[in-house]
Design a protein around this ligand. Structure first.
Ligand code: FMN
Length: 189
């Protein structure tokens, strides 16, 4: 079955937005990637899923490296600009610079990183595979930049959000009941 783009089902997911920076045959480039996931602690691995026709995929296939910059809560415009045109047609980095967005040079790879993102990590690709209609690139973290202190932007149902109210924990008595229930159904191993 399909889970089509823009469908109510696809819109149930909540994600970060990775601002993916690359530098290859297309030159320096940036794209927006909601499918940016931390998938291992040790080593630190990040999976990104990129449409195979995108400039970002072409750059990464050649250089085997990319920058992950999690968009901060005040960087939704960067995401919109990065996600609405292709690096083949538009020098998005120059457009963003003229708009006032600051970039800095990476330490261990050869891309530009986005200043003041929620988290910036330099990655080297250890594996890539075509899965469905996108290519999944698994990047190994090789340099983690100091945190900016900004909160990450949330993406849901085609719109941007900021982190809101925390759900209050159940009362102690309810927690106790849950503990008892879990014990009752603990499997014998
Ligand atoms: C918020 C947002 C999230 C996106 N997430 C993805 C994604 O996870 N994977 C993808 O291939 N494209 C995603 N896109 C679309 C790409 O960013 C878009 O196609 C972009 O033009 C690709 O640029 P490039 O050709 O320079 O790589 C997203 C766009 C936006 C605005």
């Amino acid at each position: 079955m399909n889970i089509p783009f823009g469908s109510e089902e696809a819109r149930q997911f909540i994600t970060n937005v990775g601002l993916i920076t690359t530098n290859g045959p297309i030159g320096h480039n940036i794209s927006a990637d909601e499918w940016t996931h931390h998938i291992s602690y040790s080593p630190g691995l990040i999976a990104i899923c990129i449409h195979k026709e995108d400039a970002t995929a072409q750059n990464i296939l050649k250089t085997k490296e990319f920058g992950v910059n999690l968009a901060a809560v005040d960087q939704n415009i960067i995401s919109s600009i990065a996600g609405r045109s292709h690096g083949f047609d538009v020098d998005k980095i120059s457009a963003l610079k003229e708009f006032g967005v600051e970039f800095f040079k990476s330490k261990k790879i050869n891309v530009l990183m986005v200043k003041n993102s929620a988290l910036s990590i330099e990655c080297k690709v250890i594996k890539h595979m075509k899965l469905g209609d996108h290519i999944t690139f698994i990047g190994k973290a090789i340099y983690v930049h100091p945190l900016s202190g900004k909160q990450p932007l949330l993406y849901h149902s085609g719109k941007y959000f900021k982190i809101g109210k925390q759900i209050i924990k159940p009362k102690k008595s309810v927690l106790k009941n849950i503990e008892t229930l879990v014990e009752k159904y603990r499997r014998k191993r």
